[in-house]
Design a protein around this ligand. Structure first.
Ligand code: MLC
Ligand code: AMP
Length: 508
């Protein structure tokens, strides 16, 4: 038996002395080195009792070793469950409980905080630091650097990625081997990747974009990645002349344009700039072309579906659009109320079907049934339209969601955390335009009678509860929230009222 994902992404590179990762200090990891380390990691997982289908939760800093964990999981048939490195212990508690992860890896600095909850859920907790050291690596050092690959089928699960929900808790999107593999194959071909490419990789590796889109394409085609722990504009500009492609969220492009060092010369050897995860302003697209001569290729995707649409590689890349459905993927626009397909040109719900679409939400059959139709179409929650030439445009969202620098933030979760604080009567959390992050979070708060709330008090208390990227950048204390005649809070009115709050904030 085979293991289709391993066979396509990793097996072809066994023993290969070719460059896989180039670190900011210019040290290199060959494919062989990477695979030998991941084989040792796979031995640690199986000797600890993890079996095909077990979950490994990972909250570590980005590093070659962190990526080797993904390879180790594929080799051992273990389900890889990466978590945002910014999550607090309170947030992590839920993921461990819900996923039933048998092992969890964390940074040494988080160990003490996470140990009690690992004990609560009987998960083994080991350390993997950013420099590759820690108790997990120590165990790996003595293991053989070859591993008998666990047989899997294309329908077996490879990863859980948790996505927040508009109501209630996060949902674990179950992704099969074929969900990942089919998308990587389609994208590699569509964007014409080959082994001579060098991808600038500055995204986190706990989300679809940096983990699956970027990494799987490189593994599939054998190209190298310049691997940065975080987005570092100067390093990117420095290394661009010896690279060929960049994948980023719009904030990357906004920040690059903000640096006068970034010019046509810096970008002259690049063949492709790709943007996604959040809307790229047409203005950014235009400025980028004026500065560099390159037209950014915008594409659209989701955790549950991998990539859905893309602007063409060779044809016209249209600013403000996300291009056409990728080969093998069906996309339609439907009436959000009836689910009926709408005539071309009308605005409606974007629905998607194809080998890219996930297998459902872990242990949440009702939520799965509400979003994934019996005929296989997934209801994205994004509103869009198609023009006569088949280009899709995303015009809004039917879900109460804020996208800040490419991270999704659900107002409901922040409202619930705020409502729990003493002295808070009610809240409305909204997204407003931000020059660097695209959108940012503003909390509009009503205090209980005779209670004095201040921005600083609220900010101080919220810091304990939520990851930094979710924290409101402003707290507006108001006597009451605007409501319509039905009593529903009018968030649109609040968004209008506070839309100019960050207009003049300097970028970065
Ligand atoms: C960091 N901060 C953020 C933030 N990122 N706040 C809001 N939104 C964000 N996205 C916080 C930091 O903790 C810090 O807090 C302060 O804001 C300023 O940090 P910074 O140094 O300027 O930020 P930086 O570390 O440079 O990160 C910005 C970023 C990063 C844009 C590079 O957020 C990023 O890599 N985003 C990519 C997210 C991504 O991969 N999305 C893909 C999802 S998959 P303080 O208090 O310390 O100042 C998906 C599907 C698809 O959507 O289609 O791809
Ligand atoms: P996530 O749940 O983190 O995978 O985020 C997916 C969401 O990001 C989608 O549902 C869209 O709302 C948004 N998104 C992704 N790519 C784009 C894009 N190119 N333009 C606008 N929104 C996007």
């Amino acid at each position: 038996m085979t293991n289709p994902l391993y066979d396509a992404l990793f097996k072809p590179h066994e023993n290969a002395q070719t460059t896989f990762l180039i670190l900011p200090d210019q040290t290199r990891w060959t494919h062989d080195q990477f695979l030998r380390r991941s084989a040792q990691f796979a031995h640690v997982l199986t000797s600890a009792g993890l079996r095909p289908g077990s979950r490994l939760a990972v909250q570590v800093q980005k590093s070659p070793q962190a990526l080797a964990l993904y390879a180790a999981c594929v080799a051992a048939g273990v389900i890889f469950l990466p978590l945002n490195s910014g999550y607090t212990a309170t947030e992590i508690d839920y993921f461990i409980e819900n996923s039933g992860a048998e092992m969890m890896l964390c940074d040494g600095a988080a160990y003490e905080n996470l140990a009690p909850l690992a004990a609560k859920y009987k998960a083994e907790l080991l350390v993997l630091n950013a420099d590759g050291a820690g108790s997990f690596s120590e165990r790996a050092d003595d293991q053989p650097d070859r591993f008998d690959i666990c047989p899997r089928t294309a329908d077996d699960l490879a990863a859980f990625l948790y996505t927040s929900g508009t109501t209630g808790r996060s949902k674990g999107a179950m992704l099969s081997q074929n969900n990942l593999l089919s998308n990587a194959q389609t994208l590699a071909e569509h964007w014409q990747f080959s082994k001579s490419d060098v991808l600038l990789h500055a995204l986190p590796i706990f989300h679809t974009h940096g983990l699956f889109v970027a990494t799987n394409i490189c593994l599939l085609t054998g190209c190298a990645m310049r691997f940065y722990p975080t987005f570092d504009r100067s390093a990117l500009i420095r290394d661009m002349p010896s690279s060929t492609a960049l994948m980023g969220v719009p904030t990357f492009y906004i920040r690059l344009l903000d640096d006068p060092q970034f010019d046509q010369k810096a970008a002259q050897n690049m063949r492709l700039f790709i943007s996604g995860s959040a809307p790229l302003l047409a203005e950014t697209h235009k400025q980028f072309e004026q500065r560099t001569g390159h037209r950014i290729l915008e594409r659209y995707g989701m955790t549950e579906t991998n990539m859905i649409t893309s602007n063409p590689y060779s044809g016209a890349r249209r600013a403000g659009t996300v291009g056409h459905p990728l080969p093998g993927i069906e996309v339609k626009i439907t009436d959000p109320k009836t689910g009926k397909t709408l005539p071309q040109g009308e605005i409606g719900m974007i629905e998607v079907r194809g080998p890219n679409v996930f297998q459902g939400y872990w242990k949440m059959p009702e939520k799965t049934a509400a979003e994934l139709r019996e005929d296989g179409f997934f209801i994205t929650g994004d509103l869009g339209q198609v023009d006569e030439e088949g280009y899709f445009q995303i015009v809004g969202r039917d879900k109460d969601l804020i996208i800040s620098g490419g991270f999704n933030i659900y107002p409901k979760e922040i409202e619930a955390a705020l409502d729990d604080l003493a002295g808070v009567l009610e809240t409305a959390v909204i997204g407003v335009p931000h020059p660097d992050f695209g959108e940012t979070v503003v909390a509009v708060v009503v205090a209980e009678p005779d209670v004095d709330l201040s921005h600083d008090d609220l900010a101080g208390e919220m810091q304990e509860k939520l990851a930094k990227f979710k924290l409101p950048r402003a707290y507006k204390i108001v006597p009451e929230l605007p409501r319509n005649t039905m009593g529903k809070v009018q968030k649109a009115a609040l968004r209008r009222q506070y839309s100019g709050l960050f207009e003049s904030v300097p970028k970065e």
